[in-house]
Design a protein. Structure first.
Length: 199
């Protein structure tokens, strides 16, 4: 959609995503997660940061539950709304360590989950978003949470976008603060951009 303003493009793509049925979301998400599980950068990750899917995002709940059941490390974000930043916690129990938080999204329960004091230990970040492009550009949801986190705190982590195929455009204009990813995994393909430069 060349020439379309970012806000309108974001609204258009999210409307398309929100129109998917729950069954479609689950089916397409399954294909995307299978691709992710065959991505070397994710497979080799020891301290991955997951997003807990909400509404029509790629469904990540089963992925996280399976990793917890396997006794592997699961890190998830807590949105600090006033500061427009993320705090990171390790969870070990889906039921005990998560509660509805900002925007109704499941977030770590600070009383039981372990806060990660040094986000530099994170070696991969699964990044949600509204619109992506084939140069691994990304639009979020307007809050800047992930852009700020990637540029200031998890600067060495591999950045993995997780999205539906129709969320990828050929090219989107990026603002200076918009962070590029290394790879985007969808239900139909994997777009790899590592080495092409970020920023």
């Amino acid at each position: 959609m060349p020439g379309v303003e970012p806000a309108l493009l974001r609204k258009t793509i999210l409307s398309h995503r929100d129109a998917l049925s729950k069954d479609e979301i689950r089916a397409r998400s399954h294909h995307a997660i299978q691709r992710l599980l065959n991505t070397p950068w994710f497979v080799s990750s020891i301290y991955p940061l997951f997003f807990i899917s909400f509404r029509s995002e790629i469904y990540t709940h089963d992925l996280i539950r399976d990793r917890l059941a396997a006794g592997l490390t699961v890190l998830v974000p807590k949105s600090m709304v006033k500061e427009h930043r993320l705090e990171i916690y390790r969870i070990q129990d889906w039921e005990q360590d998560l509660v509805p938080g900002a925007y109704g999204i499941l977030e770590p329960r600070t009383e039981t989950a372990e806060r990660i004091q040094d986000p530099a230990v994170i070696d991969s970040v699964l990044v949600p978003g509204s619109v992506f492009d084939r140069r691994c550009g990304r639009y979020g949801y307007g809050g800047g949470f992930y852009d700020r986190f990637l540029s200031e705190e998890a600067i060495n982590a591999v950045r993995i976008g997780l999205a539906f195929h129709f969320q990828i455009m050929d090219h989107i204009p990026l603002a200076p603060h918009d962070q590029r990813l290394d790879i985007i995994v969808t239900d139909q393909e994997t777009v790899q951009c590592s080495g092409s430069g970020r920023g």
